[in-house]
Design a protein around this ligand. Sequence first.
Ligand code: SF4
Length: 347
Amino acid sequence: MPDSRKAVALISGGLDSLLAARVVMDQGIHVEGINFFTGFCVEGHTHALRNRERARPKRNNALWVAEQLGIKLHIADIIEEYKNVVLNPKHGYGANLNPCLDCKIFMVNKALEWMEANGFDFIVTGEVIGQRPMSQRKDTMPVVARESGAHERLVRPLCAKNLPASLPEQEGWLERSRLHAFSGRSRKPQMALAAHYGIEDYAQPAGGCCFLTDRQYSVKLADLWNTRGKREYDLDDIMLLKVGRHLRPRANFKLIIGREEGENRFMEGYRKRFVHMIPTSHSGPLVLLDGNPDPGDIDLAARLTARFSQGRDAEQVAIQVTERNGGTRTLAVTPMPADQIPADWYL
Ligand code: SF4
């Protein structure tokens, strides 16, 4: 077997891609990783912001995986190009606004471009037949290979024995007998293989590697498109959908309410772009008003801000309002009673 064969592995930060790369490395292949930053990635975002995530290590799991494997990791920013995948998925969405099949095709295609530009021989992914309802089905896995243009240069080491032999297997670069035949949603084979390699402490993403699989996040993204009257977004939009409690009392504006210190600090960086509020008589959240609130809306927003402050039971709460031009004023308002906030205001 030539010792110069090289593979590029898609590294999401989860266990499957880690194992897939490792299985191929075990056969003497030189492996480098590629990780795609779409803006929707869960990686390192909420983990770093929210208190309830504090028990978990704050790390970028893709980098951690590469470090465990001892391989180089290339991080590719695909935010702009990825918009077309999210906005116009040829194969449609999954249960939420996740265009998983188009996403996989796009990422494998990007890996193919990288492979060709860098003189590598094939692509490795951690896909497992039947693991995910949209992109990892027996009938959709060939679609990824075909529409990405990777064809037989795409190897899925965790389920390769259930698929036709890839080029590296046909050429003898990889021994098919040393690849795997995992299938279905059970995680047990992966956990057993991880134990075999002595790998512990890996990330266990629930549902997917990005926010688009999250129902609440998808509701907020759909609301953003509906209220703007067009399907578009920029990076700031999709980052802000990840933080805070979002309340939409009117079509022309919504409130983004920091839920804790970490979120308030993160939102601080955006406040100059928005009319924003903060309680001054009591401690409470930073609130950004997204949209174009009119003067009557400011009073409503201030009462809602008071509701989410420590002064929620007080007769009056002082709320400092800062306009986009930097001008400030303070309003004394009565906190909005909880039972007067309609449930459908919460996104
Ligand atoms: S979960 Fe997100 S990143 Fe993963 S395949 Fe689906 S759309 Fe792509």
